[in-house]
Design a protein around this ligand. Structure first.
Ligand code: AMP
Ligand code: ZN
Length: 458
């Protein structure tokens, strides 16, 4: 029998057994990237971690019984400014950035909609974009105004925080602390400093849509409303799991909860809230000013995506992670060793020693420790595959590195044959010359009992 899944829930600050609302349709939402520029390696963390959870849910409940929605934020101040500076539309900018992001994360072994969706069936993975959900945002905003939880002021629509008695239940911040934080620069049209924007007027040149609530001027949505709209559209008013980085708990997730619950009159938005810890680089906060800002693409220039994925999964998702060169080197050595064991073997049964710790709030460190102990290729492959690792065969990997190294395979084979002939004639000098020529091409030869094999030198 499959182990019971346990998850640490930010809402209750406790780890508890996960009970889906409907086990025949488990629904998970994750806040995805804001696509204005190349994603950094910190952004890759929630993508990889929640991809692992998605894989685990598919295993535990069956692939047809899980829906994962990971949104794309394709309208915000940074996007608007960047598009305006380049003289292109926000769609043109975000299409380009999103395509690059997809290339990056695919190489990190992250499942994509086209990998899991089955034609004619309910989609398993959706990637909704904010600008495709303006109608849903407007419906929620108007619902909130009608219910007395939002008001119109100076061309804006604002959420009325004091109208929600249990506002703040996710972040559990004391009201006076939140107020002090919000009071830094309070817009004059806000009734309470905590009130937040649902809709605002667009400045000239900014993208705009017809406004809700009878407002004459066109406008654009505030940030938080998009996730209430997209999760509602794709998962329903209430769903099972909502995930994102720890920085999103307040205000983003708190405000999502306020919007969705007050609009739909529900007790919860999502039952379980998961938050990944932050990534820092070589012991320091990653930032452009410190010069240690690393994009996913920078990492992929030096390392296979699988190495980066393993390096990311070694640390438990709730802990801070220190991204280091040493961690990548270690992950690379580990994968070499594992591929050496697995070779081209097919996956067997997923070992309990891997599934159990993963089911315990994604204890990846324990699951990886078990993979280190396994020496049966079929079990090792199955356990690693569940984590999105060892998904290639050793031969395919070698072929890949041969292609990447630009090696001319027929030339290599002709040289190996020449070397075999030289050795048969005991012409050791000629044999050595051929070997040196191969080495100069980056090809290493190995003589074994079954003949000579070759590989591209690492
Ligand atoms: P953003 O594009 O900044 O909205 O971030 C997209 C996702 O990446 C959010 O879930 C953030 O919480 C997460 N994120 C951003 N920076 C980091 C970091 N340094 N470490 C871990 N997660 C991060
Ligand atoms: Zn969100």
């Amino acid at each position: 029998m499959a182990p019971m899944l346990r998850l640490y829930n930010t809402l209750t600050r406790q780890k508890a057994a996960f009970t889906p609302i409907d086990p025949s349709h488990v629904r998970m939402y994750a806040c995805g990237p804001t696509v204005y520029d190349a994603a950094h390696i910190g952004n890759a963390r929630p993508i990889i971690v929640f991809d692992l959870l998605f894989r685990l849910l598919r295993h535990l409940y069956g692939p047809a019984h899980v829906t994962y929605a990971r949104n794309v934020t394709d309208v915000d101040d940074k996007i608007n400014a960047r598009a305006a500076a380049r003289g292109i539309t926000i769609r043109e900018l975000t299409d380009g950035t999103l395509a690059a992001f997809h290339d990056d994360i695919r190489r990190l072994g992250v499942l994509m909609p086209e990998d899991v969706n089955v034609a004619g069936a309910r989609p398993s993975f959706v990637e909704p974009r904010a600008t495709d959900h303006i109608a849903e945002m407007i419906a929620i905003i108007e619902g909130l105004v009608a219910a007395g939880h939002a008001y119109v002021a100076a061309g804006h629509v604002l959420f009325d925080v004091p109208s929600m008695p249990d506002y703040g239940g996710l972040s559990k911040r004391p009201l006076d602390e939140m107020e002090a934080g919000a009071r830094v620069e309070v817009a004059p049209y806000k009734r309470s400093p905590l009130d937040f924007v649902l809709w605002k007027p667009s400045k000239p040149g900014e993208p705009s849509w017809p406004s809700p609530c009878g407002l004459a001027e066109p406008g654009r949505p505030g940030w938080h409303i998009e996730c209430s709209a997209m999760s509602w559209k794709h998962l329903g008013q209430t769903f099972d799991i909502h995930a994102g980085g720890i920085d999103l708990i307040f205000p983003h997730h708190e405000n999502e909860v306020a919007q969705s619950r007050c609009c739909f009159g529900t007790d919860v938005m999502a039952h379980v809230w998961l938050h990944n810890g932050f990534l820092q680089v070589e012991g320091e906060k990653m930032s452009k000013s410190l010069g240690n800002f690393i994009t996913i693409r920078d990492v992929l220039k030096d390392w296979p995506g699988e190495v980066a994925r393993l390096a990311m999964l070694k640390t438990h998702y709730r802990q801070p992670i220190d991204w280091t060169l040493r961690g990548l080197e270690e992950a690379s050595r580990t994968l070499e060793r594992w591929y050496g064991i697995v070779g081209d073997a097919a996956a067997g049964m997923i070992p309990a020693g891997v599934l159990e710790p993963l089911s315990d709030d994604l204890n990846t460190a324990s699951a990886l420790a078990e993979l280190h102990r396994l020496d049966d290729p079929a079990s090792l492959k199955a356990g690693a595959n569940l984590m999105g690792l060892l998904t290639q065969t050793q031969s395919a990997r070698e072929q890949g590195s041969i292609r990447a190294a630009g090696v001319d395979v027929s030339r290599v084979e002709a040289l190996i044959e020449a070397r075999r002939a030289a050795r048969a004639a005991k012409d050791w000098a000629a044999s050595d010359r051929v070997r040196d020529e191969l080495l100069a091409m980056g090809v290493a030869v190995k003589d074994g009992k079954d003949g000579t094999t070759w590989s591209v030198a690492p």
